[in-house]
Design a binder for this molecule. Structure first.
Ligand code: UDP
Length: 306
Protein backbone atom coordinates (compact mmCIF):
# COMPACT_ATOMS: atom_id res chain seq x y z
CA UNK A 1 0.00 0.00 0.00
CA UNK A 2 3.00 2.33 -0.04
CA UNK A 3 2.20 3.77 -3.46
CA UNK A 4 -1.58 3.44 -3.68
CA UNK A 5 -4.74 4.25 -1.81
CA UNK A 6 -7.26 2.12 0.04
CA UNK A 7 -10.06 3.55 -2.15
CA UNK A 8 -8.88 1.11 -4.86
CA UNK A 9 -10.62 -1.59 -2.83
CA UNK A 10 -13.99 0.07 -3.49
CA UNK A 11 -13.40 -0.12 -7.24
CA UNK A 12 -12.36 -3.76 -7.01
CA UNK A 13 -15.58 -4.39 -5.08
CA UNK A 14 -17.54 -2.77 -7.90
CA UNK A 15 -15.86 -4.94 -10.52
CA UNK A 16 -16.36 -8.18 -8.57
CA UNK A 17 -19.84 -7.44 -7.28
CA UNK A 18 -18.68 -8.32 -3.75
CA UNK A 19 -16.10 -7.03 -1.36
CA UNK A 20 -13.06 -9.31 -1.33
CA UNK A 21 -11.50 -10.13 2.02
CA UNK A 22 -8.66 -7.73 2.51
CA UNK A 23 -5.92 -7.62 5.13
CA UNK A 24 -3.49 -4.72 5.17
CA UNK A 25 -0.88 -7.13 6.43
CA UNK A 26 2.84 -6.43 6.47
CA UNK A 27 4.79 -9.52 5.45
CA UNK A 28 7.18 -8.76 8.31
CA UNK A 29 4.38 -9.61 10.70
CA UNK A 30 4.60 -13.39 10.79
CA UNK A 31 1.90 -13.61 13.45
CA UNK A 32 -0.68 -11.84 11.33
CA UNK A 33 0.40 -13.78 8.27
CA UNK A 34 -0.13 -17.06 10.09
CA UNK A 35 -3.54 -15.92 11.31
CA UNK A 36 -4.57 -15.40 7.69
CA UNK A 37 -3.23 -18.79 6.59
CA UNK A 38 -4.99 -20.33 9.58
CA UNK A 39 -8.31 -18.77 8.63
CA UNK A 40 -8.39 -19.86 4.97
CA UNK A 41 -7.74 -23.05 3.11
CA UNK A 42 -5.65 -21.48 0.35
CA UNK A 43 -5.05 -23.27 -2.91
CA UNK A 44 -2.13 -21.11 -3.92
CA UNK A 45 -0.47 -17.73 -3.67
CA UNK A 46 0.06 -15.04 -6.29
CA UNK A 47 2.98 -12.99 -5.03
CA UNK A 48 3.06 -9.50 -6.55
CA UNK A 49 4.43 -7.57 -3.58
CA UNK A 50 7.71 -5.75 -3.96
CA UNK A 51 9.50 -2.52 -4.70
CA UNK A 52 9.98 -2.24 -8.43
CA UNK A 53 12.05 0.67 -9.68
CA UNK A 54 15.47 -0.19 -11.16
CA UNK A 55 16.67 3.42 -10.75
CA UNK A 56 15.46 3.74 -7.17
CA UNK A 57 17.03 0.41 -6.26
CA UNK A 58 20.49 1.78 -7.12
CA UNK A 59 20.12 4.33 -4.31
CA UNK A 60 18.26 2.09 -1.87
CA UNK A 61 19.80 -1.33 -2.43
CA UNK A 62 19.52 -2.59 1.14
CA UNK A 63 15.91 -1.51 1.39
CA UNK A 64 15.19 -3.42 -1.83
CA UNK A 65 16.96 -6.55 -0.55
CA UNK A 66 15.13 -6.38 2.74
CA UNK A 67 11.72 -5.60 1.33
CA UNK A 68 11.76 -7.91 -1.67
CA UNK A 69 13.80 -10.84 -0.38
CA UNK A 70 13.64 -11.00 3.41
CA UNK A 71 9.91 -10.53 3.65
CA UNK A 72 9.21 -12.94 0.81
CA UNK A 73 11.04 -15.59 2.82
CA UNK A 74 8.46 -15.15 5.57
CA UNK A 75 5.71 -15.76 3.07
CA UNK A 76 7.40 -18.91 1.71
CA UNK A 77 7.93 -20.23 5.27
CA UNK A 78 4.28 -19.64 6.04
CA UNK A 79 3.19 -21.39 2.85
CA UNK A 80 5.28 -24.42 3.71
CA UNK A 81 3.97 -24.53 7.25
CA UNK A 82 0.37 -24.55 6.03
CA UNK A 83 0.95 -26.88 3.10
CA UNK A 84 0.19 -24.27 0.43
CA UNK A 85 2.59 -25.30 -2.30
CA UNK A 86 1.46 -23.45 -5.41
CA UNK A 87 2.90 -20.06 -6.07
CA UNK A 88 2.95 -17.73 -9.00
CA UNK A 89 5.73 -15.22 -8.70
CA UNK A 90 6.11 -11.82 -10.38
CA UNK A 91 9.63 -11.95 -11.69
CA UNK A 92 11.06 -9.60 -14.27
CA UNK A 93 13.00 -9.51 -17.48
CA UNK A 94 15.38 -7.35 -15.46
CA UNK A 95 17.06 -10.59 -14.40
CA UNK A 96 18.45 -11.21 -17.90
CA UNK A 97 21.98 -10.39 -18.78
CA UNK A 98 21.49 -8.58 -22.08
CA UNK A 99 24.80 -9.69 -23.50
CA UNK A 100 23.08 -12.37 -25.53
CA UNK A 101 20.61 -9.84 -26.95
CA UNK A 102 19.60 -10.52 -30.51
CA UNK A 103 16.63 -9.64 -32.66
CA UNK A 104 14.61 -12.71 -31.79
CA UNK A 105 14.61 -11.58 -28.17
CA UNK A 106 15.83 -13.45 -25.13
CA UNK A 107 14.24 -16.78 -24.39
CA UNK A 108 13.94 -18.32 -20.94
CA UNK A 109 17.32 -20.07 -21.25
CA UNK A 110 19.24 -16.83 -21.77
CA UNK A 111 21.93 -15.90 -19.24
CA UNK A 112 20.65 -14.49 -16.00
CA UNK A 113 23.90 -14.10 -14.10
CA UNK A 114 24.63 -10.43 -14.71
CA UNK A 115 21.85 -8.20 -13.45
CA UNK A 116 22.21 -4.48 -13.92
CA UNK A 117 20.73 -3.18 -10.68
CA UNK A 118 19.69 -4.33 -7.18
CA UNK A 119 16.05 -4.62 -8.22
CA UNK A 120 16.97 -7.20 -10.87
CA UNK A 121 19.12 -9.01 -8.30
CA UNK A 122 16.21 -9.32 -5.89
CA UNK A 123 14.13 -11.04 -8.57
CA UNK A 124 16.99 -13.31 -9.58
CA UNK A 125 17.69 -14.35 -5.99
CA UNK A 126 14.01 -15.03 -5.35
CA UNK A 127 13.80 -17.18 -8.47
CA UNK A 128 16.78 -19.19 -7.20
CA UNK A 129 15.17 -19.60 -3.80
CA UNK A 130 11.91 -20.76 -5.38
CA UNK A 131 13.84 -23.18 -7.56
CA UNK A 132 15.31 -24.72 -4.39
CA UNK A 133 11.91 -24.81 -2.73
CA UNK A 134 10.59 -26.71 -5.75
CA UNK A 135 13.50 -29.16 -5.61
CA UNK A 136 13.59 -29.76 -1.89
CA UNK A 137 10.21 -28.71 -0.48
CA UNK A 138 7.81 -29.77 -3.23
CA UNK A 139 6.74 -26.28 -4.16
CA UNK A 140 4.91 -25.80 -7.47
CA UNK A 141 6.28 -22.59 -8.89
CA UNK A 142 5.51 -20.51 -11.94
CA UNK A 143 7.64 -17.46 -12.39
CA UNK A 144 6.47 -14.89 -14.91
CA UNK A 145 9.15 -12.66 -16.31
CA UNK A 146 7.54 -9.50 -17.56
CA UNK A 147 8.95 -6.13 -18.09
CA UNK A 148 6.86 -3.02 -18.59
CA UNK A 149 3.21 -3.62 -17.68
CA UNK A 150 1.09 -0.65 -18.63
CA UNK A 151 -2.43 0.67 -18.52
CA UNK A 152 -5.69 -0.11 -16.99
CA UNK A 153 -8.44 -2.64 -16.36
CA UNK A 154 -11.16 -2.84 -19.01
CA UNK A 155 -13.82 -1.96 -16.43
CA UNK A 156 -12.41 1.59 -16.43
CA UNK A 157 -12.28 1.38 -12.66
CA UNK A 158 -8.62 0.52 -12.14
CA UNK A 159 -5.64 2.21 -13.69
CA UNK A 160 -2.04 2.96 -13.01
CA UNK A 161 -2.16 5.95 -10.73
CA UNK A 162 0.87 6.14 -8.48
CA UNK A 163 0.59 8.41 -5.45
CA UNK A 164 4.07 9.84 -6.11
CA UNK A 165 5.51 11.38 -9.30
CA UNK A 166 5.79 8.39 -11.65
CA UNK A 167 9.15 6.74 -12.27
CA UNK A 168 7.85 4.82 -15.25
CA UNK A 169 7.62 6.08 -18.78
CA UNK A 170 3.94 5.76 -19.70
CA UNK A 171 2.42 7.12 -16.47
CA UNK A 172 4.79 10.04 -16.87
CA UNK A 173 3.77 10.65 -20.49
CA UNK A 174 0.14 10.64 -19.32
CA UNK A 175 0.86 13.31 -16.71
CA UNK A 176 2.32 15.47 -19.48
CA UNK A 177 -0.60 14.73 -21.82
CA UNK A 178 -3.07 15.75 -19.12
CA UNK A 179 -1.18 18.98 -18.41
CA UNK A 180 -0.17 18.01 -14.86
CA UNK A 181 3.50 18.12 -15.89
CA UNK A 182 5.09 20.31 -18.57
CA UNK A 183 7.42 17.89 -20.31
CA UNK A 184 9.01 14.49 -20.07
CA UNK A 185 12.74 13.88 -19.73
CA UNK A 186 14.04 11.26 -22.14
CA UNK A 187 16.90 9.54 -20.38
CA UNK A 188 19.63 9.07 -22.96
CA UNK A 189 19.62 9.57 -26.74
CA UNK A 190 23.05 8.06 -27.34
CA UNK A 191 22.25 4.35 -26.94
CA UNK A 192 23.14 1.99 -29.73
CA UNK A 193 19.51 1.74 -30.91
CA UNK A 194 17.83 2.96 -34.10
CA UNK A 195 16.95 6.38 -32.64
CA UNK A 196 19.37 6.43 -29.71
CA UNK A 197 16.70 6.01 -27.01
CA UNK A 198 15.99 2.97 -24.83
CA UNK A 199 13.93 0.08 -26.19
CA UNK A 200 11.40 -1.88 -24.15
CA UNK A 201 8.38 -4.11 -24.62
CA UNK A 202 5.25 -2.57 -23.08
CA UNK A 203 2.55 -5.06 -22.25
CA UNK A 204 -1.07 -4.30 -21.41
CA UNK A 205 -1.97 -5.30 -17.87
CA UNK A 206 -5.12 -7.11 -19.08
CA UNK A 207 -2.92 -9.46 -21.09
CA UNK A 208 -0.84 -10.10 -18.00
CA UNK A 209 -3.94 -10.87 -15.96
CA UNK A 210 -4.94 -13.52 -18.49
CA UNK A 211 -1.51 -15.09 -18.20
CA UNK A 212 -1.87 -15.31 -14.43
CA UNK A 213 -5.27 -16.94 -14.72
CA UNK A 214 -3.98 -19.55 -17.15
CA UNK A 215 -1.51 -20.78 -14.54
CA UNK A 216 -4.37 -22.49 -12.74
CA UNK A 217 -5.19 -24.63 -15.74
CA UNK A 218 -1.51 -25.33 -16.19
CA UNK A 219 -1.12 -26.52 -12.61
CA UNK A 220 -4.10 -28.80 -13.12
CA UNK A 221 -2.23 -30.54 -15.94
CA UNK A 222 0.70 -31.20 -13.62
CA UNK A 223 -1.42 -32.59 -10.82
CA UNK A 224 -1.12 -32.34 -7.06
CA UNK A 225 2.04 -33.22 -5.15
CA UNK A 226 4.31 -32.93 -8.16
CA UNK A 227 7.02 -30.34 -7.65
CA UNK A 228 7.62 -27.98 -10.54
CA UNK A 229 9.46 -24.82 -11.40
CA UNK A 230 8.51 -23.13 -14.66
CA UNK A 231 9.45 -19.75 -16.05
CA UNK A 232 7.64 -17.89 -18.79
CA UNK A 233 8.30 -14.62 -20.55
CA UNK A 234 5.10 -12.60 -20.88
CA UNK A 235 5.80 -10.13 -23.66
CA UNK A 236 4.09 -8.69 -26.69
CA UNK A 237 7.10 -9.08 -28.96
CA UNK A 238 6.47 -5.51 -30.19
CA UNK A 239 9.23 -3.49 -28.67
CA UNK A 240 9.48 0.29 -29.09
CA UNK A 241 11.84 3.12 -28.19
CA UNK A 242 11.12 5.94 -25.77
CA UNK A 243 10.62 8.36 -28.66
CA UNK A 244 8.24 5.91 -30.37
CA UNK A 245 6.28 5.60 -27.12
CA UNK A 246 5.91 9.37 -26.88
CA UNK A 247 4.96 9.58 -30.56
CA UNK A 248 2.33 6.85 -30.17
CA UNK A 249 0.53 8.86 -27.49
CA UNK A 250 0.93 12.03 -29.53
CA UNK A 251 -0.62 10.36 -32.56
CA UNK A 252 -3.63 9.02 -30.66
CA UNK A 253 -4.16 12.40 -29.02
CA UNK A 254 -3.33 14.59 -32.02
CA UNK A 255 -1.31 16.67 -29.63
CA UNK A 256 2.41 17.30 -29.12
CA UNK A 257 3.99 15.86 -26.00
CA UNK A 258 6.99 17.98 -25.01
CA UNK A 259 10.20 16.21 -24.16
CA UNK A 260 13.82 17.06 -23.49
CA UNK A 261 16.83 14.80 -23.75
CA UNK A 262 18.76 14.19 -20.57
CA UNK A 263 21.63 11.95 -19.50
CA UNK A 264 21.14 8.23 -19.29
CA UNK A 265 19.44 7.08 -16.09
CA UNK A 266 21.51 5.00 -13.68
CA UNK A 267 20.73 1.29 -13.93
CA UNK A 268 19.04 1.54 -17.37
CA UNK A 269 19.84 -0.81 -20.22
CA UNK A 270 19.76 0.19 -23.88
CA UNK A 271 17.32 -2.51 -24.92
CA UNK A 272 15.58 -5.48 -23.41
CA UNK A 273 13.05 -7.63 -25.17
CA UNK A 274 12.18 -11.26 -24.87
CA UNK A 275 10.80 -14.08 -26.87
CA UNK A 276 7.35 -15.14 -25.59
CA UNK A 277 7.10 -18.41 -27.59
CA UNK A 278 7.24 -20.66 -24.54
CA UNK A 279 4.14 -19.03 -23.02
CA UNK A 280 2.44 -19.43 -26.37
CA UNK A 281 3.35 -23.09 -26.80
CA UNK A 282 2.65 -24.27 -23.26
CA UNK A 283 0.11 -21.87 -21.77
CA UNK A 284 -1.52 -20.91 -25.08
CA UNK A 285 -0.93 -17.34 -24.10
CA UNK A 286 -0.27 -14.44 -26.47
CA UNK A 287 -0.81 -10.75 -25.97
CA UNK A 288 -4.00 -9.42 -27.56
CA UNK A 289 -4.34 -5.77 -26.68
CA UNK A 290 -2.60 -3.42 -29.12
CA UNK A 291 -0.59 -0.44 -27.98
CA UNK A 292 -3.09 1.98 -29.53
CA UNK A 293 -6.00 0.31 -27.73
CA UNK A 294 -4.07 0.52 -24.49
CA UNK A 295 -3.31 4.18 -25.01
CA UNK A 296 -6.94 5.02 -25.83
CA UNK A 297 -8.17 3.27 -22.69
CA UNK A 298 -5.66 5.03 -20.54
CA UNK A 299 -6.42 8.44 -21.95
CA UNK A 300 -10.01 7.84 -20.91
CA UNK A 301 -8.97 7.24 -17.28
CA UNK A 302 -6.95 10.36 -17.29
CA UNK A 303 -10.01 12.23 -18.58
CA UNK A 304 -8.11 13.35 -21.65
CA UNK A 305 -10.11 13.33 -24.85
CA UNK A 306 -8.50 11.84 -27.90
N1 UDP B 1 12.24 6.70 -19.43
C1 UDP B 1 12.46 8.02 -19.83
N2 UDP B 1 11.87 9.02 -19.09
C2 UDP B 1 11.10 8.77 -17.98
C3 UDP B 1 10.90 7.43 -17.60
C4 UDP B 1 11.48 6.42 -18.34
O1 UDP B 1 13.15 8.28 -20.82
O2 UDP B 1 10.62 9.73 -17.35
C5 UDP B 1 12.83 5.61 -20.22
C6 UDP B 1 13.82 4.75 -19.47
O3 UDP B 1 15.13 5.32 -19.55
C7 UDP B 1 13.70 3.42 -20.20
C8 UDP B 1 12.22 3.38 -20.62
O4 UDP B 1 11.78 4.74 -20.59
O5 UDP B 1 14.48 3.42 -21.38
C9 UDP B 1 11.34 2.56 -19.70
O6 UDP B 1 11.54 3.01 -18.38
P1 UDP B 1 10.54 2.62 -17.19
O7 UDP B 1 10.99 3.35 -15.96
O8 UDP B 1 9.12 2.82 -17.62
O9 UDP B 1 10.71 1.06 -17.00
P2 UDP B 1 12.04 0.20 -16.75
O10 UDP B 1 12.39 -0.33 -18.09
O11 UDP B 1 13.09 1.10 -16.18
O12 UDP B 1 11.59 -0.83 -15.78
Amino acid sequence: MSNTEISVLENITQILGYRPDFFGCDLRDMKQLEEIFEKYDFDGVVHFAGLKSPRESCDRANEYFDNNITWSLKLFACMEKYGVMKIIFSSSAAIYSTQGMHKKGLDENADIWNTNHPYGSTKLILENILWDLAKFSWFQVISFRYFNPIWAHTSWLLWENPVWIPNNLFPYIMKVASGDLDYISVFGNDYNTHDGTGIRDYIDVNDLVRGHILWYEYFDTIGQNVACFEVFNLWTWLWISVIEAITSVSNVLWKDISYVFEDRRLGDLAEVYCNPMRAKNILWWTSKVTLDESIKNTLYYHKISA
